[in-house]
Design a protein around this ligand. Structure first.
Ligand code: SF4
Length: 342
């Protein structure tokens, strides 16, 4: 899905130039939580309220330390592997998805599974299964150490190779160069993915791809917002965790446009030296970063003389995902309980 409507403060519009006495913050929109993250967090909250603690969660439900700590305080137990979940207990899969091997392990341990995989990650899994069944060699563009790639790769490990750069495309070997397909991680840099896909098309002219791009709407919209506003700022601060792929990409997008940018967990991560000589700071947040951390950063900047805060809406974003059937059924079969507000 691609939003293309640009609102009032798009480039070339009427954002006032700063004066020496008028240091300002440009607050990018859309920023922060995407529909997949909202859904995943809701699932954990509802499960905790409906079934009570403990609820096990495989891996970080979303890649944000603040979110994970908050849910852990409510009784969620985060584990790296399914074998850390006691037999018969309830486990939630993270928004990044899991491989069939993990599903099998859960079955063997008789776990009650609630799947919080983002529907847009599931879409990529379905494509991987389809291409593998049709006999394609599959090239998965993404970061090998990311939870999402681990899950997607697991759908067809024997026929899938992961590439993360144009250089790696050059060394690829496949049994039949006429029968190759590619898919991508949902949270890549649009520009980098485009270059890698072009390199694949040059090497395998008949390569097949997904019907619609795998990079998700939230990743695309947040990168587009940075692209449209970075040139008006001296500094771009991206609120997000180090292991958040889409947050790291936002920093890169800004740096590629020659605007200095840092990824910060919260205001405590800001080095005040960064603000020397800066009159305009753009602030955005990765798809897993809560708004409370953005507010914390804006308050820090206000305290340091950035008195004007202007929200710059580059495009509207109104995506919501429904809850998975297992959580809907759980709510229905637990009368008298009041689920968390979703
Ligand atoms: S960043 Fe995209 S793919 Fe990931 S959870 Fe959000 S909407 Fe889903």
């Amino acid at each position: 899905m691609t939003a293309t409507t640009f609102a009032t403060n798009a480039p070339g519009s009427d954002i006032a130039e700063p004066t020496a006495t008028d240091k300002r913050v440009l607050l990018l929109k859309p920023r922060g939580f995407c529909a997949g993250v909202v859904r995943a967090i809701d699932i954990v909250k509802i499960a905790l309220e409906t079934f009570g603690a403990p609820i096990y969660v495989r891996k970080e439900i979303v890649h944000n330390r603040f979110v994970v700590d908050e849910l852990a305080a409510k009784g969620a137990i985060f584990v790296d592997d399914i074998d850390q979940v006691p037999s018969g207990m309830r486990v939630i899969y993270s928004a990044h998805g899991v491989s069939p091997a993990v599903r099998e392990q859960s079955k063997e341990r008789k776990l009650k599974v609630i799947d919080a995989t983002c529907p847009l990650v599931t879409k990529v899994h379905v494509e991987a299964i389809k291409f593998a069944k049709q006999g394609y060699s599959l090239i998965l563009i993404g970061h090998r150490d990311h939870d999402e790639i681990e899950g997607t790769l697991g759908e067809a490990p024997d026929v899938t190779q992961v590439v993360s750069s144009v250089e790696e495309v050059q060394t690829l070997q496949v049994p039949d160069p006429e029968h190759v397909a590619y898919l991508t991680q949902t949270t890549l840099s649009l520009d980098e993915a485009r270059d890698i896909i072009q390199a694949l098309k040059d090497k395998f002219p008949k390569i097949a791809g997904p019907h619609s791009q795998d990079i998700c709407y939230a990743t695309e919209n947040r990168q587009t917002a940075v692209k449209n506003v970075a040139h008006q700022a001296d500094l771009v601060l991206v609120v997000g965790s180090n292991n958040s792929s889409n947050s790291n990409r936002l920093v890169e997008v800004s740096q590629n446009l020659s605007t200095r940018s840092y990824l910060i967990e919260n205001s405590r991560a800001i080095d005040s030296v960064w603000l020397d000589g800066v009159s305009t700071v753009a602030v955005t947040a990765g798809a897993s970063a809560p708004e409370v951390l953005v507010e914390d950063v804006v308050a820090y900047l206000k305290d340091r003389g950035f008195g004007s805060v202007e929200e710059v809406e580059v495009m509207p974003e109104n995506v919501r995902f429904g809850l998975p059937p297992e959580i809907v059924q759980a709510i229905q079969s637990a009368p008298g309980t009041t689920p968390a507000t979703v």
